[in-house]
Write a protein of this length. Structure first.
Length: 374
């Protein structure tokens, strides 16, 4: 809803500016405003028209060259944008805004090491040195994608101590803390960030994950749904929603959400596990088997996968198959929860549906896909 309100506001403003332009077509400042608002409102053709006019009218300058680069990025013409920025840098010399845009181009193409290299000189500085908020967040997001969690946390905490960490960057840090298993810090940092950035994806995901670990499904769903309103293609958000629905015993909804999550981020094993357990609770053993086998295809050295397969076999009375999976599970992780549950099923200690449900809810509490912010 927040995104739609913002877009509507930009469209109304754009219409007003265009009406002014009819009376004052040579107004350079007005052309600049129209370009900027058009880009924000998703009207690149209007932005392109202002750029062409600026060139033809002779009031093209470095700021318009930077706008051209922004437009090319929005059009996904990354090579053209990079060429424009490099030309501008040759003329102006090094500048943080140019570095940030070069970093953005690299990150949009998943070239996170290149992004770090582009912005390093402006970010890897003393923690007391002020840095633009966008550069801080970009630096942390790249480190997160590269799984350099300790480096990112150390950098952010130094700035937090010096009071130079911006609230958006703090929200990014809160999700990094989740993936570093620092739930208490994630709770504090995400809540602080959300005061200033109530729809920041990373902070919402972090807070939702903490809520899942607290088994507070309504709070987790509230935060995740805010993400999905703005980013319906976020696999991590769909995964969290599925786990929250599982906690509420809404099995059909959980299955649907987790299926969506596996489509959006098919390499994440934990989400396949969640889907497998949801199907198992629905007593759709064939679908559960497929989900755990999908996890197995992606990593054959994860004990929880074999444990899940052991549970499925045990519940169908396939003792020999279950024992084989169980041996593999224990060999990889002798403290694995699924393996322990499979053993209890085979030994007849647990067998009723309620015990299965309790175990599945315990297993899913707090699980959310790491290192996937879209």
């Amino acid at each position: 809803m927040t995104q739609q309100i913002s877009l509507d506001t930009q469209i109304i403003r754009l219409d007003r500016l265009l009406s002014y332009l009819q009376d004052d077509p040579e107004n350079a400042s007005l052309r600049t405003d129209i370009f900027d608002v058009a880009l924000q409102a998703g009207r690149p053709e209007l932005a392109e028209a202002q750029l062409s006019f600026a060139r033809d009218a002779g009031f093209d300058n470095d700021s318009w060259t930077m706008r051209e680069a922004n437009l090319r990025i929005a059009q996904q013409r990354y090579d053209d944008a990079e060429h424009t920025l490099n030309s501008l840098q040759l003329k102006m010399g090094p500048h943080p805004a140019i570095a940030q845009n070069l970093g953005l181009i690299a990150s949009l193409q998943n070239n996170y090491n290149d992004c770090l290299a582009a912005i390093k000189d402006w970010v890897d500085v003393s923690p007391t040195t002020p840095i633009e908020p966008g550069l801080q967040s970009m630096w942390l997001r790249c480190l997160h994608h590269l799984h350099q969690l300790d480096v990112a946390l150390n950098w952010a905490e130094q700035r937090l101590d010096c009071k130079t960490l911006h609230s958006e960057a703090l929200g990014v840090t809160s999700l990094i803390a989740i993936d570093a298993s620092l739930l208490n810090k994630a709770r504090i940092w995400s809540e602080l960030s959300l005061r200033d950035n109530p729809v920041l994806t990373e902070a919402l995901l972090a807070r939702a994950t903490v809520a899942l670990s607290d088994r507070d499904a309504p709070l987790a769903k509230k935060h995740v749904q805010l993400i999905l309103e703005r980013h319906p293609g976020s696999g991590r958000a769909w995964s969290a929603l599925g786990f929250a629905q599982m906690l509420e015993l809404d099995i059909n909804a959980a299955r649907s959400s987790l299926e969506k999550a596996t489509q959006l981020m098919p390499e994440h094993i934990g989400t396949w596990h969640g889907l497998g357990w949801t199907c198992l609770l629905a007593k759709d053993y064939a679908a559960a088997q497929r989900a755990f086998e999908a996890a197995l295809e992606r990593d054959r050295n994860f004990g929880e996968t074999y444990g899940g397969l052991a549970v499925i076999a045990a519940m169908q009375g396939l003792r020999e198959v279950a024992e084989d999976h169980l041996r593999r599970a224990i060999g990889l992780d002798n403290k694995g929860m699924s393996a322990q549950y499979a053993r209890a099923l085979l030994d007849g200690i647990l067998s009723d549906d309620k015990s299965i449900l309790r175990f599945a809810r315990q297993l899913m509490s707090g699980r959310i896909a790491p290192n996937e912010t879209q």
